[in-house]
Write a protein that binds this ligand. Structure first.
Ligand SMILES: CC(C)(COP(=O)(O)OP(=O)(O)OC[C@H]1O[C@@H](n2cnc3c(N)ncnc32)[C@H](O)[C@@H]1OP(=O)(O)O)[C@@H](O)C(=O)NCCC(=O)NCCS
Length: 218
């Protein structure tokens, strides 16, 4: 159930998305102005806070992108300097200023404080009503269930608030941790795309995963 209260601060609306007890979002605050540009959007899960990336995250994103472990199965590559990361973060923030957001990039924080990673949702054109999700966690926080907790929150947002039909994800076939995350989140492996990914080690096949709205709600 979604309830809308208005206005609170600076003519903003606050949406409270109330979700069934078996979902992982505890609270979702969506501050949107009347022309539907989201000034602020936050999810709270049991242990995490997800909020839209800000310029204040630049250093933490740069550290995340510099890690060989996070780069291993990713095609972005290690940034050559902070300016390269700055351009990327700036692009994400610009995407959040658009009248209709098509590209959400969330910082993942521990609820007690501290940036630990990123999770993003890139929407298709409206006719397809789908999106692609990707995520990265700082290696110091791996294997604690954080990526799984974050993706479940984003799937919930995708299906409950955005009313999307299908969420896709790609994953290098040797990326065992990511495969596990996608499967723990209830996504189905639908196929293998040959030599899609230009990784530092060479071309690698990619698994294609997806989940449908009816599967999420089941
Ligand atoms: C993929 C990634 C986000 C996972 O984050 P995480 O917070 O450690 O994920 P979780 O703790 O929720 O789950 C990881 C699961 O993978 C398992 N796992 C980790 N390494 C593994 C390996 N080499 N083989 C098999 N399973 C492995 C863990 O045991 C855990 O499963 P479990 O809960 O059943 O024990 C993280 O490794 C990362 O940031 N990698 C670099 C970026 C990346 O590859 N992103 C994915 C692109 S789609």
């Amino acid at each position: 159930m979604i309830r809308c209260f208005r206005p609170t601060v600076r003519n903003c609306y606050i949406w409270h998305l109330l979700l069934p007890a078996n979902t992982d979002i505890i609270r979702l605050d969506l501050y949107a102005n009347p022309n539907d540009t989201m000034a602020e959007l936050k999810f709270f899960t049991e242990r995490l806070k997800l909020r839209l990336v800000e310029m204040a995250d630049l250093e933490a994103v740069h550290v995340l992108h510099l890690m060989a472990e996070t780069d291993q199965y990713n095609t972005l590559g290690i940034p050559k300097d902070l300016e390269e990361t700055n351009l990327i973060v700036d692009g994400w923030i610009n995407d959040h200023q658009k009248r209709t957001i098509k590209n959400y990039t969330f910082a993942i924080e521990l609820e007690k404080g501290g940036f630990i990673g990123l999770i993003a949702l890139k929407l298709s054109s409206s006719k397809f009503n789908s999106a692609e999700v990707w995520y990265k966690i700082n290696v110091e926080h791996w294997n604690k269930g954080y990526a799984t907790e974050a993706i479940k929150a984003v799937l919930n947002f995708s299906f409950s608030k955005l009313k999307l039909h299908r969420i896709n994800a790609g994953c290098a076939v040797e990326n065992q941790a990511s495969i596990r995350v996608l499967e723990k989140a209830g996504m189905t492996q639908e196929g293998r795309i040959r030599q899609l990914l230009p990784l530092v080690t060479g071309w690698m096949d990619s698994f294609h995963y997806a989940i449908l709205d009816e599967e999420w709600k089941a």
